[in-house]
Write a protein that binds this ligand. Structure first.
Ligand code: PRP
Length: 219
């Protein structure tokens, strides 16, 4: 289980690269800090999974960078699979979760590491855990890069947490706003100008189709 305390993402003075300055207010977590933190998490995961061939299950799409970097730090035998899940609906808080891709591997009796980019309300992780549990794995551990506990609706915690963050609108390192910004190599805070016109505040809107997202009134 997780033994190291999630690192606080505050107190970062890195400058936003010029290319991203119009859109990104500040760098919350640098590439270097992510890299260092993933190494620590990988050691913990290796310790907890030693002796088993784990199945790493990654949630599409936001985990693309996290997964690639994390598994390269892991020296255990493992297999990879993906679950596609997204939420669409008239509002960011009540959108129905839709599974867009199921596992291909059989996880029955296996040790599973479920990886996601961010634990926000906890709805996604809770729903995916229910679905995975029904497949009969031996055990499931969860790993997220970012944890926003102040937003939690479901009672759930991840076993391995990279960084605990405040309720700010984050993009980059896989996380998007209207499917953009996933390619930023750092986690940044989006300028309110970008999302605030008719948006919902600090909630990430990646779950919505961009045109739909722009229709939402401020909460
Ligand atoms: C995001 C993120 C998590 C989920 C967390 O997924 O990747 O899976 O939201 O939110 P929650 O804790 O409130 O459920 P999203 O549906 O935006 O899809 P994406 O991974 O393709 O960006």
């Amino acid at each position: 289980m997780n033994s190291s305390t999630p690192t606080s993402a505050f107190a970062n003075t890195a400058r936003v690269p010029a290319r991203w300055r119009p859109d990104v207010e500040r760098v919350l977590i640098t590439q270097g800090r992510i890299r260092n933190r993933l190494r620590i998490l990988a050691r913990e995961i290796e310790r907890d999974f030693i002796g088993s061939e784990m199945v790493v299950v990654s949630l599409l799409n936001g985990t693309v960078m996290l997964l690639a970097d994390l598994v390269r730090c892991l020296s255990l035998p493992l297999r990879l699979d993906f679950i596609g899940v997204s939420s669409y609906g008239a509002g960011t808080e009540s959108g129905e979760l839709i599974f867009t891709k199921d596992l291909r591997l059989d996880v029955r009796g296996r040790d599973v590491l479920l990886v996601d980019d961010i634990l926000d309300t906890g709805r996604t992780m809770t729903r995916v855990l229910e679905r995975l549990t029904a497949l009969g794995p031996r055990r499931i551990r969860t790993c997220v890069l970012l944890d926003k506990p102040s937003r939690r609706i479901k009672s759930i915690q991840a076993d391995y947490v990279g960084f605990e963050i405040p309720d700010v609108f984050v993009v980059g390192y896989g996380l998007d706003f209207a499917e953009r910004y996933r390619n930023l190599p750092f986690v940044g805070v989006l300028h309110p100008d970008i999302y605030s016109h008719k948006q919902t505040g600090t909630r990430r809107l990646s779950r919505l189709n961009p045109p739909e997202a722009m229709k939402i009134s401020a909460l």
